[in-house]
Design a protein around this ligand. Sequence first.
Ligand code: FAD
Length: 398
Amino acid sequence: MSRNAQAQFDVVVIGAGAAGMMCAATAGQRGRRVLLVDHYPKLGEKIRISGGGRCNFTNLHASPANFLSRNPHFCRSALARYTPRHFIALVERHRIAYHEKTLGQLFCDDSARQVIDMLRAECDAGGVEWRMPCEVRGVAREGAAFRVDTAAGPVACASLVVATGGLTVPKIGASPFGYRLAEQFGLAVVPPKPALVPLSLDPESFARYGDLSGVSLDAEVSCRGARFRESLLFTHRGLSGPAILQASSYWQDGPPADSLHVNLLPGIDACAWVAEHRRAKALPATLLAERLPKRFAQAWCEAHGLERPMAELSDKALDEAARALADWPVHPSGTLGYNKAEVTLGGVDTRGLSSKTMESTAVPGLFFVGEVVDVTGHLGGFNFQWAWSSGHAAGEAA
Ligand SMILES: Cc1cc2nc3c(=O)[nH]c(=O)nc-3n(C[C@H](O)[C@H](O)[C@H](O)COP(=O)(O)OP(=O)(O)OC[C@H]3O[C@@H](n4cnc5c(N)ncnc54)[C@H](O)[C@@H]3O)c2cc1C
């Protein structure tokens, strides 16, 4: 195709995930001529597998405090202008039934596919055109416009929106494309790493607890000052469950690697609990089994040398037990990586972007939205809310 014959669009969006579709629909419904390009054959695959197939599409309590970024204030403007209420109104307009599961987390009653269908319909309402599956081979600046070389031929556009997500779950289309493109245009990238990810434990250092896989308990897990009270799950490789996934976003590999601090009696004063039971004839494991899974209570007490009735334990042993119950240090050896992570921490450095529009401050017309940006949500619907809010902000401006 000659350069003169290349298709012209106002906006090209690369990446038809949550943020890309929201951005394309918003721009299209403003009357912009929009092309959406994605290299993966199936539309919205990450949405489809999200929330156990029911898509935890937002969180009623979303606020900037639920996001990690080198600039924690960056997400404020977009989140304030497109809020969970806006997305809920869209979901209701499409008659998708939903429910609050816990802690403000909203899920589809039926299937995550409804969210994909809804976004597809919103794109159709904006007259969005598609190239999918279609590889993007390169991007170049041509005057004030961009030339995007795709496997189906070149296209020209005034605004280019990069919505290619992070590195999680490479087998369903994740790629470092967005980071490379940012670097090509001189934007900095905060080094990416897996987040909301199970953590592995060194088998030798954990051998004294025996096989705890499948055991789940209510705990408060802290790391680097962040604190999460949710469930903690032992797996055959280490630790998972919401409390661990949340803490994993703060955990830093060494040397020396961070420890996690686990409060096994959340909401209770461990010293007061020990004092209350210090004259009991029962074994500590028996008493703890009233609050913790029996298998765990037994293994934990054995590993801490608490194998005699409470009344027979020394003051020192009781003090140490109280301390360990309130702050059990656990030493992860690593994460299970991008195949098991829900999101990617880091990404395009927000210092190079406008927080109102997501546009590069140095390269007019170039936008980055969604997970490719250095804004990462806690577990619980926050990452989709960021995709909707940032996609909408760019869709209003592109
Ligand atoms: C198992 C799992 C469950 C999750 N559950 C939830 C949940 O319930 N709630 C929640 O809030 N968050 C959840 N998340 C996180 C959430 O899915 C992501 O944060 C969100 O999808 C990010 O949206 P995005 O549009 O930025 O990126 P993505 O949804 O990842 O979309 C990026 C798109 O870009 C395309 N792409 C990538 N590279 C290229 C390239 N080179 N050329 C062309 N196209 C390209 C990809 O094919 C993809 O379609 C979950 C994640 C996982 C992995």
